[in-house]
Write a protein that binds this ligand. Sequence first.
Ligand SMILES: [Zn+2]
Length: 220
Amino acid sequence: MSKKIIIFFGPPGSGKGTQAGMLARITDWKKISTGDLFRAEILAGTKIGKVADKYTKVGKLVPDKITLNLVEKSLKQKALGFIFDGFPRNRQQLKDLLVIFKKALKKNDQIYAIEVAVSDKEVKQRLSQRRMCACGKVYHLVYNPPINGGVCDICGAKLFIRNDDKPKVIAHRLKLYHDESKYMLGYWQKQNKLIKIGGEQSIKKIHEEIMEKLKGLKLI
Ligand SMILES: [Zn+2]
């Protein structure tokens, strides 16, 4: 049987990570998220984990070589499919990933990209209303507000805006996303392997649309 590979794309706040997780649970395909991979290596205290820890502690991106090594290793797991979330992030990583695919996959394995499309306006709206608590709980002032304005329902601590969610930083993250995704989405579009999903609907509706399209392509 051929393996299925799904690569999720979407701007920050598009909810693609949530969708990747839902798809992984329902299909039992393995989710490959570089953030999770690093956390697992750090927890296990491996050599790679120790190097990754040094970078993430100071808020730096782990060098591509290490990331690719981990991705290649994960693709060797026994699974009928793999779901990528948050990787590749740029054209170089896409090129490197295609090299890995060539080595690790067979000719009849199928690779598709899913774009969870959300307008810049909606991204700004979603992220600027996001509030965090030091305990890890995340709120949204419109969709998921705290009971008592400004403090956490669980621990009572004062909520704050993540630096990443400040307007200037959001604009910068969006620009980065558009610069890089233009090339990557164009690549999959040319191969006729791009599935575009409207991301401005409920989580459940987005999930249903993804399932419908994958069924239509006989991927599930
Ligand atoms: Zn809290």
